[in-house]
Design a protein around this ligand. Structure first.
Ligand code: NA7
Length: 543
């Protein structure tokens, strides 16, 4: 265990140095507040620090998946591709850390293990696995929504004689699969990005699929000067527009029902979106996520593209999702995913009909067959949205967050949870977070939190807590909005279904980034309606 490197008192402890924690630190410094960031990794970047698997890249265009708070930063940085790869995004994160001199307040290789609120002092007592103990007025959880990697619990997991990897914990030195027999378990976004790249290296690649996913070609390519300049010449206005979009992405939404146009016109619009590539496909009509018939038309369009691409029709049918509406599990974006199944060295195994029963010393047993591998890649996802928070022992007034959230997360605005004063979450459950451009949602939350603590300070206050009634109303509203959509029909990680025993509730807020921002702004302008604000700590200190 490394020696403790700090033992003191700060205004704010921030947990995590991904894009959320980095910007939070920057904003707090701007307010003249002291802050310490604890980060489990050895560097900044969060998701982009850990997810180094082959083919990892963002599915939001780089011109939009980047910070907007600094005009200089967004003008000077040059992206090389339309959709940046993980190494490039990590370089960007490091560039920002250098440029803003963030590292001096970040303690790396340190995992926060406990956070306890002491009502007598109105401060958080934070402890780490390195033995640090820090007292902070506020605690900001910038722990990420997809940061707790999940391995299946097949018998024999530790018996395999070859190498095993999880896409979310990829070795920094990279992996060369040349000449190897490789098994990939899972067909979510990570697998869909990794499979085409691994297939090019490996001698044999076997993909174990439980649920097929819809994937749209990215049409990625080099970033031309003209394209980047088009954005940069009007960046301020475009960013502002994006902040008010439904997903925080300028995706050219077509405000027309898929059911109002002729079959021919519908097909033409889908063709156009498919040719343009990326998640904008889902903005082809305004009711794809609301109306099953509208959704079916989009789903069938994509299934037909799969049938067209994959030569073996039995394999194409296995790859064509039929059990969930398109978009209700996170839509994937790929480069030659379906085409990869035309390669001689790639095999698809349907684990619904031939379930994996064990990991053997030689590989994977599914049905009656033992598949022999040199390496197994687990692309099996994350304990999403709540996993990282609940890994920490968070407690206030004798109540743990794990107990409070036993039946599923409950928050007010996804920013705070009642009974846990002065603890903020960035892109927490109950906020648009994973349904949006994370950069836009991160900036919105960080700005809201920074403005909030500045407000408290300027009003001689230092304690804020979500009220139970505001939280209950927000949870009810969130469920109501979700139930108006098709989202709850899918067994998705949005619903917690991928984790055995996890409560099944729809965790993100689907009301839209723009509307959500307006709500948050309105609540703040109204003196933080639904929050109890007090000056008790100041009174205590004065005694
Ligand atoms: P996902 O999207 O959760 O995908 C995980 C995949 O692994 C998915 O296909 C799962 O099938 C599959 N899985 C999980 N456990 C098993 C077991 N036990 N056996 C077989 N298959 C299994 O994670 P990703 O890392 O791909 O993507 C996460 C997000 O990161 C993504 O949405 C982007 O926002 C970035 P299932 O669907 O559960 O049947």
């Amino acid at each position: 265990m490394p020696a403790a490197r700090s033992s003191n008192s700060v205004d704010v402890v921030i947990v995590g140095a991904g894009f959320a924690g980095m910007y939070m630190l920057h904003r707090l410094r701007g307010l003249g507040m002291s802050a310490r960031v604890f980060e489990a990794g050895s560097g900044v970047g969060g998701t982009w620090y850990w997810n180094r698997y082959p083919g990892a890249r963002c599915d939001v265009e780089s011109m939009q998946y980047s910070y907007s708070f600094s005009p200089e930063l967004q003008q000077e940085w040059r992206w090389s591709e339309l959709f940046a790869s993980q190494p490039e995004i990590l370089r960007y994160a490091n560039h920002v850390a250098d440029r803003l001199d963030l590292r001096r307040d970040i303690q790396f290789d340190t995992r926060v293990t406990e956070a306890r609120f002491d009502r007598a002092t109105y401060r958080w007592d934070i402890r780490t696995d390195c033995g640090d103990r820090v007292s902070a007025r506020y605690c900001v959880m910038a722990t990420g929504c997809l940061s707790t990697a999940r391995l299946p619990d097949y018998p024999g997991m530790d018996r395999f004689g070859g190498k095993t990897y999880h896409t979310g914990h990829w070795p920094h030195e990279g992996v060369d699969f040349t000449g190897q027999r490789v098994g990939v378990i899972g067909t979510g976004s990570s697998a869909i990005q990794a499979i085409p790249v691994i297939a090019q290296q490996a001698a044999q690649l076997t993909v174990f699929q439980r649920t097929p996913n819809f994937s749209i070609p990215s049409r990625n390519g080099p970033m031309t000067e003209a394209y980047a300049d088009g954005w940069k010449s009007d960046y301020t206005a475009l960013r502002e527009k994006a902040r008010h979009m439904r997903t925080g992405i300028l995706n050219n939404p077509n405000d027309v029902s898929a059911l109002e146009v002729t079959d021919k016109e519908r097909q033409r619009i889908f063709e156009e979106r498919w040719a343009a590539g990326g998640t904008n496909f889902m903005a082809a009509f305004n009711d794809l996520i609301l109306d099953r018939r509208a959704n079916d038309s989009a789903a069938e369009f994509v299934r037909d593209r799969i049938r067209e691409t994959v030569r073996n029709q039995a394999v194409a049918e296995l790859l064509a999702p039929k059990n969930h509406p398109i978009g209700t599990k996170r839509i994937c974006v790929d480069t030659d995913y379906y085409g990869t199944y035309n390669r001689e060295n790639v095999t698809l195994v349907d684990v619904r009909t031939t379930p994996i029963t064990e990991i053997t010393p030689n590989g994977v047993r599914a049905g009656d067959v033992e598949y022999r591998f040199d390496a197994i890649v687990f692309a099996t996802g994350f304990d999403a949205m709540t996993g990282a928070l609940l890994k920490i022992d968070i407690e206030a007034d004798g109540q743990s967050l794990r107990d409070k959230w036993e039946a599923g997360p409950r928050t007010y605005l996804g920013l705070m949870t009642a009974g846990f004063p002065n603890m903020f979450m960035i892109t927490g459950p109950g906020s648009p977070s994973v349904l949006s451009n994370m950069m836009v949602s991160i900036e919105q939350h960080v700005d809201w939190i920074a403005d909030c603590v500045a407000y408290l300070r300027s009003h001689g206050l230092d304690c804020i807590e979500a009220t139970q009634s505001a939280e209950d109303a927000w949870v009810e509203h969130g469920n109501e909005v979700a139930n108006r959509t098709l989202y709850p029909l899918a067994n998705s990680w949005y619903m917690g279904v991928n984790i055995p025993g996890k409560p099944q509730v729809f965790m993100p807020y689907i009301g839209g980034v723009g509307a959500y921002r307006d709500t948050c702004d309105d609540i703040a302008a109204d003196g933080y309606r639904g929050f109890a604000l007090t000056a008790q700590a100041a009174a205590l200190a004065a005694e």
